[in-house]
Design a protein. Sequence first.
Lengths: 228, 312
Amino acid sequence: MSMRGRLTTVLVLFLVAVGLVVLCVAAFLKPGTPGGVTDFTKSQPAGQPVHLVAQTVGSIGFGPHPTWVSYMVLNPTTHKWVQDTTWKLPAHTKIDMTIEQFDSGSPLRNQEWGQVQGTIGDSMQLNGKTVSVYDSYTGTGIGHTFAVPTMGISVPLVGVNGSDTLCGEGPCSLKMPHNEITFSFMTGAPGNYPWQCFVPCGLGWLYGNGGPMSTQNYMGGFLDVVNS
Amino acid sequence: MATIWVIASVVVDVLFWTLLGPHMAPGRLTSTAGADQTDFNILVVIALPVMIAVWVFLGYSIRTWSAKRGGPEPVGGEAARGNKKVQTIWIVTTTVIVLFLAGFGTVALIGDHGSGGGEGPNPIWAPSGATAAETAALTKSDSWSPSSGKVLVVQVIAQQWKFTYRYPQFGGFETTQLMLPADTSIAFNVTSLDVIHSFWAYQLGVKADANPQENNVAFTDTKSPGSFIVRCSELCGLWHGAMSNNGNVVSPSDFESWATGTEAANAKNTKLLAPFAWTYVPDANGAAGGYYIDSNVTPYSNSELYGAKPSS
């Protein structure tokens, strides 16, 4: 090969390498999912409890992964359901949380997560009934959990009957089969507190913890606790 | 030059040992942590004279053999000749140091029951009473109290992305809190429900891999009350960075109060947990999957080492 040919080859390979590096850096810096932060700090007077409403859907029905299971949250300002899992909350404030659970359930891999922990009274209301421990081997099992490990919070979200006609696209209407779980907890000092589901519900991935379990804005996110 | 080296080495070693040494990581919360600190300090005390020897010889060389302005290039002569005496001293000294450290490390590893590292399912350096406690824990025939002097068995269960802990001598309850009694031998039995994690209780001087379907046993002896941090030290997925928790070493009586209180508070859920076993196998059927006792490694007979598969 001539000197010119060799130089051209080297130049082309160099440009390809640079392009790959740029692509990798861009992919790393680009947010993995759409969405943003849902702000609950202005939804009520300072010091008053915050009402946070979320839902879990078996398949989100839109976006890059329409078949993935996901959380959605009701924006307190627009009153529209959005697929955000970073929620800005005021520090040292009572959070009254309602989760509408539309997904089916199964036994927990670790029944430890069947015990309500870290909420006020270490209990939750399941369709109006107080529950502190749910036996995931009975009934319809557990669909998901809402857990904030660094705050010691873990709440089992009881599944709906899988043989019913379930909601297949978020946001789900309350007319569809669901369980309503309510509980309260106190936020602590300002900081970023990751939350996640402890049911390995990422079907098709190793041990069920890939896909939606490993992608923000689906089954995990942050409580962005700030001074109000 | 030798005088300067000796004086400097003694001064720096004494300063390090008395001023900095007691503050070296990971502290002295447990026997293994204390041994880690002591071993590190000994290594530094041995290494400092070597470092100072290099520096002093470097200074001597610069002073003695550097080129003089306007003088001849310092090539050949004394600087370029071999010196059998120096070479012999260097080789013998470094050989002795390396061999001593190999022996010292081996003794520390054995004497401290694995130095806080996971020894696998069949530890060969177990403290007295550990095998009996582990076997009894598995058969639910054991209990623990401050006056019992027994080894406390704690099971560490890793899962994406949280450590939970079971206390078989207190009914096998499971909790997200890690509490330990002071002045007590602890046997950590580390396993995982999914991928590979690593249980790293930094201030305890304990670090053991958490592998699915493996029971990795690590020992330590707690000393005084204090707090410590547990982190996962094996990259395990999205929330690996958040997989940590605080733990506490408390007085034996406080620990007993906490354990019995938690046992009572969690009794309802404890009945629903999988039977206590060294490892658990997720059910392959179903999305969430329960975890079940591993039939390949239980039950054990008293004559077998814990963790050993029963002879067929």
